[in-house]
Design a binder for this molecule. Structure first.
Ligand code: MF3
Ligand code: CO
Length: 271
């Protein structure tokens, strides 16, 4: 069942979504070679506590951390640990925040030092594909229109692999609500979009094969060919003319630009 939100409920989700964006921006300013992914996760936990909020992922289906931190060929659900970031790594940070009864959930992939032009291109294309999907998130369209736009751009135009096993989702009182929002599919297919639907749109795009596997830890999802993967996630509300983006990448991008350890993934489209 897809729950359409009232304007008042959307404002609550925006508050949670903005806390996630703020947390990602704070974390962006800390990124540098030598810090561990566990340190990042603990910092994220502390920031969320300071907001008087809770990390949505902690204990979700038994998930044992505040965030998912996925380096290089890890697609999603990377477990924070003693791994130290190094120059040339890309790191996807995925954070969910539960605040006043509502969830926000976003991801952003950062480049530490210079991972090389091919990888930077993949990050840009993945980010741009997110906006191509968002453009289709208007009342009267269908989920498949979002899905097709993302797949067409990343897979058909750029030859990357769209992960099939993991999808975006509705967002609200629960972290994962209906509908599923795949990053692949047919135009005109799937549930019809209505004003007030709140979605987490999150392309997970691989440089090489679309195929992935899950490690024996039950969480870590990696590309089968060991090539890198990118993940960007926004929270949006479906409207009549143009989707309303509830999250804010501009504060993350400002922090990214300021931090000289990071290569900037210049917004191809503006958040
Ligand atoms: N951000 C992920 C999503 O969008 C959720 C992480 S799964 C968890 O679905 F178990 F870590 F919470
Ligand atoms: Co999500």
């Amino acid at each position: 069942m897809i729950i359409c939100k009232t304007d008042e409920q959307v404002e609550y989700i925006r508050q949670s979504a903005m806390l996630v964006s703020k947390t990602l921006a704070e974390v962006a300013s800390l990124l540098k070679p030598g810090i561990t992914t566990l340190f990042l996760d603990q910092t994220i936990g502390n920031i969320i506590k300071e907001y008087g909020a809770e990390p949505s992922f902690l204990n979700y289906k038994g998930y044992p951390f505040n965030s998912c931190i996925s380096v290089n060929d890890v697609v999603v659900h990377g477990l924070p640990g003693k791994y130290e970031l190094k120059e040339g790594d890309i790191v996807s940070i995925d954070i969910g925040i539960f605040f006043q009864g509502w969830h926000g959930d976003q991801a952003y992939t950062f480049a530490i030092g210079d991972p090389g032009p091919e990888t930077i291109k993949m990050l840009k294309v993945t980010k741009e594909s997110l906006y191509k999907g968002i453009e289709k998130a208007v009342a009267g369209n269908r989920i498949g229109d979002i899905a097709y736009a993302i797949q067409e751009f990343t897979e058909k135009q750029h030859g990357y692999g769209v992960v099939r096993e993991l999808v975006g989702h509705g967002l609200g009182r629960k972290l994962h609500e209906d509908p599923q929002v795949p990053n692949f599919g047919r135009r005109g297919s799937g549930p019809k979009l209505k004003e007030g639907m709140v979605l987490a749109i999150e392309p997970m795009i691989n440089m090489g094969t679309k195929n992935v596997y899950t490690e024996p830890d039950g969480w870590t999802v990696r590309t089968q060919d060991g090539k890198p993967s990118a993940h960007f996630e926004h929270n949006i509300c479906v409207r009549k003319q143009k989707a309303e983006i509830l999250s804010d990448f501009s504060i993350i991008e400002q922090a990214e630009l300021k931090n000289t350890w990071l290569s900037t993934i210049q917004p191809v489209a503006m958040s």
